[in-house]
Design a protein around this ligand. Structure first.
Ligand code: BV8
Ligand code: ZN
Length: 254
């Protein structure tokens, strides 16, 4: 991987680096991306139609079963070299803000701290009535073929229906996380946009904010996106190999 000396010096002089990740950063951990075809019980549905309050209202057991199957997949997965490279980068730059659209906990399990989860967390279901967090047990690893409808549990405090701890389409993003993400995009000197199709708003607007603020913006993706011609540099390839190389080349061990 070759970077111009100018790019390297601009990135190294950045006192604040922001990293913005999407489903592509967890793909090499075996977690299907949001636009991958669904499988098993849910194969005839696209994630977008399932990830809505209306879908959960209409058939809570069908949607809760999908989330439990996904949560089991997350718990059975391990962070990959991309997650680890981001955790390592936090030790090599003065300040790093990690912003993710992902609902898995692989960044945390790779050692990242203070992760801004714009779309919530699949491992933190909560009561839809009183908001109490529900201590979700280790789900039985449902095979997609045997994926089944599961009745959502009831809240121990108020008896309300427990819901997945994610932000559904049509729901607002957590306001503090969103404000911190926008601040980071505005104020960082380097912005890494990793493994996202940059389709879902308002999250996708963060890279535009960083570009407008004059940050050095680097996109890492196996595919092209509408950002290709707008970012400072496109790194075409899988995050689990591109990110460790990028960190080693630009921010080598002191
Ligand atoms: C909001 C949690 C408003 C759930 C998710 C019309 C009608 C209604 C709403 C809208 C509308 N038009 C726009 C909207 C807004 C809507 C939206 O953006 N819709 C889109 C589809 C157009 N947004 C919302 O509804 C948001 N809320 O706007 O609220 C509001 C305002 C005030 C008051 C009330 C409401 C909420 C959006 C949050 C939705 N929830 N997730 C769950 O997970 O089940 S979003 C979901 O998509 C995931 O979180 C995912 O992270 C996210 C984005 O997808 P990506 O991460 O980019 O994943 P994707 O599969 O798309 O791409 C993967 C990429 O990785 C690809 O580019 C691929 O090439 C690459 N890749 C693959 N492998 C690798 C790789 N790259 C590198 N290495 C690899 N190995
Ligand atoms: Zn409750």
């Amino acid at each position: 991987m070759r970077f111009s000396t100018d790019l390297i010096s601009r990135l190294r002089s950045a006192t604040h680096v922001a990293v913005f990740t999407g489903a592509g950063v967890s793909a090499e951990s075996g977690i299907p991306t949001f636009r991958d075809r669904q499988s098993g019980l849910w194969q005839n549905f696209d994630a977008q139609s399932l990830a809505t309050p209306e879908a959960f209202e209409r058939d809570p057991a069908f949607v809760w079963g999908w989330y439990e199957w996904r949560r089991a997949r997350v718990l059975a997965s391990q962070p990959n070299a991309a997650h680890r490279a981001i955790a390592l980068l936090a030790e090599r730059v003065p300040r790093l803000t990690l912003i993710t659209q992902n609902v898995d906990d692989l960044h945390e399990r790779a050692g990242s701290r203070e992760v801004l989860h714009l779309h919530g967390r699949i491992c933190s279901p909560y009561c839809s009535a009183c908001g109490l967090e529900y201590p979700a047990p280790q789900p039985a690893l449902l095979e997609p073929e045997r994926g089944r409808r599961l009745e959502p549990p009831r809240c121990g405090q108020c008896g309300g229906r427990v819901r997945p701890g994610v932000v559904w389409f049509g729901e607002s993003l957590p306001s503090l996380a969103w404000e911190q993400a926008v601040q980071a995009a505005r104020g960082c000197g380097g912005f890494l946009c990793v493994g996202t199709s940059s389709i879902v708003e308002p999250a996708a607007s963060l890279t535009r904010v960083a570009i407008a603020a004059g940050s050095v913006t680097i996109q890492v993706n196996i595919d092209s996106t509408w950002l290709d011609d707008l970012v400072t540099l496109n790194l075409r390839g899988p995050a689990a190999s591109m990110l460790p190389e990028l960190v080693a080349e630009v921010w080598p061990q002191a």
